[in-house]
Design a protein around this ligand. Structure first.
Ligand code: FES
Length: 139
């Protein structure tokens, strides 16, 4: 995002409703966005897998096997990876990029932060509609 881009901070709900291990779902201008609190880190991604469109909010979160030499198995990115619940494509929660083709396949990721006690999304423009979905997953 360059400095010319107008940004809009949208407060969604109190931080107390997205505690560690919890997930929430919102719909902004018709696009579902899944929000996660993983070990105190906040992440937000589009709730639609780019492969066949299943909801990413149900994905499992963990790490993955990193590129390595033959017969070496290196685990990394612990709790930064979400796996699609249908076929297991893995995405970096922070960047939205896939592990297998980071420059070709990704899911939209959003900047999310705490602002005055609320979860806030930073968007490129002021949204027309913000809907809190009836979804709240606790650990
Ligand atoms: S629908 Fe997500 S990997 Fe296939």
């Amino acid at each position: 995002m360059n400095s010319q881009t107008i940004q809009s901070s949208v407060k969604l709900f109190p931080i107390s409703e997205l505690m560690e291990g919890e997930r929430q779902l919102v719909e902004i201008d018709g696009v579902e966005i899944a929000l996660f609190n993983v070990d105190g880190n906040l992440y937000a991604i589009a709730n639609k897998c780019p492969h066949q469109g299943v909801p990413m909010v149900y994905g499992s979160i963990g790490g993955t096997q990193l590129p390595s030499n033959p017969q070496e198995y290196v685990y990394g990115l612990h709790n930064r990876i979400i796996s699609c619940p249908l076929h297991g494509w893995e995405f970096d929660l922070e960047t939205g990029k896939t592990i297998f083709a980071p420059d070709k396949v990704s899911i939209r990721s959003y900047i999310v932060k705490e602002e005055d006690g609320y979860i806030a999304l930073i968007l490129r423009k002021e949204p027309q509609s913000v809907i809190r979905k009836n979804f709240h997953c606790k650990p």
